[in-house]
Write a protein that binds this ligand. Structure first.
Ligand code: ADP
Ligand code: MG
Length: 230
């Protein structure tokens, strides 16, 4: 297997229709190594979320190529892409995106069931224990704190054992202490499972914790360097 986890080549991407169409990503090329942690930073509106969603196969470029673990996402049809995403890519959002009518256990089991796992609920329970929520299996999202909801979202993202984990401002809606524990959790999981981690953050401490920082400006990569030691 290649040591390249994520490869973007000359990616251009626009969103919106007609006069509202915006050219967001401009000739973005980027390679992320297997097991590497990359912090994606830059001003608001610079295209960080769009770039992250492009890596995760949720946005399709107008042109250019996206390859994950040697598989070219940009050559897949929607069904193949959805299957690939479900098995190989874990996604964590700032606002958690849990299904409100499902318990913590059901939320985490959902992607496992979709992937056809026979033991979806056992594995979901074990993932929830590993993020410290063994006592919250039958709670609904509204009955959980923000930090707990983010832990459920992380358990859901990692349950299928994805090769890459992407997180869009995962601590953006949390207080500093809770955010810190979420960061520790993400890095612990990355270390234990050898997953590649790409996260968008405004937090310079968090960016420094990554192996490398990629800075976007107006849809272009402005800087890409090993993170400075604290
Ligand atoms: P960031 O995460 O760095 O704040 P985004 O990737 O969310 O930036 O957005 C980059 C730019 O693209 C912004 O100017 C935003 O307004 C625009 N944009 C995002 N989504 C859409 C969309 N669906 N249609 C049109 N423009 C969009
Ligand atoms: Mg964003």
């Amino acid at each position: 297997m290649s040591d390249k986890s994520i490869v973007l080549e000359n990616v251009d991407l626009s969103l919106g229709r007609g006069a509202a169409r915006v050219h967001i990503l401009k000739s973005v090329s980027l390679t992320v190594g297997r097991g590497e942690a990359v912090g994606l930073v830059g001003p608001s509106g610079s295209g960080k979320s769009t770039l992250l969603m492009t890596m995760a196969g949720l946005e399709r470029p107008d042109s250019g190529r996206v390859t994950i673990d040697g598989a070219e996402l940009t050559a897949m049809d929607e069904d193949a892409l959805a299957r690939f995403r479900g098995r190989r890519i874990g996604i964590v959002f700032q606002s958690f995106h849990l299904v409100p009518t499902m318990t913590a256990l059901e939320n985490v089991a959902l992607p496992l069931e979709l992937a056809g796992a026979g033991d979806a609920f056992e594995r979901a329970a074990s993932e929830l224990r590993s993020v410290g929520l063994g006592e919250r299996l039958s709670h609904y999202p509204a009955q959980l704190s923000g930090g707990e909801q983010q832990r459920v979202a992380i358990a859901r993202a990692i349950a299928p054992d994805p090769a890459i984990l992407v997180a869009d401002e995962p601590t953006g809606n949390l207080d500093e202490t809770t955010g810190g524990s979420i960061v520790d959790l993400l890095f612990a999981l990355k270390r234990e499972r050898g997953a590649t981690l790409v996260l968008v953050t405004h937090d310079t401490g968090l960016a420094r914790a990554c192996d490398r920082t990629v800075r976007l400006r107006s849809g272009r990569i402005e800087a890409d360097a090993a993170s400075q030691a604290a």
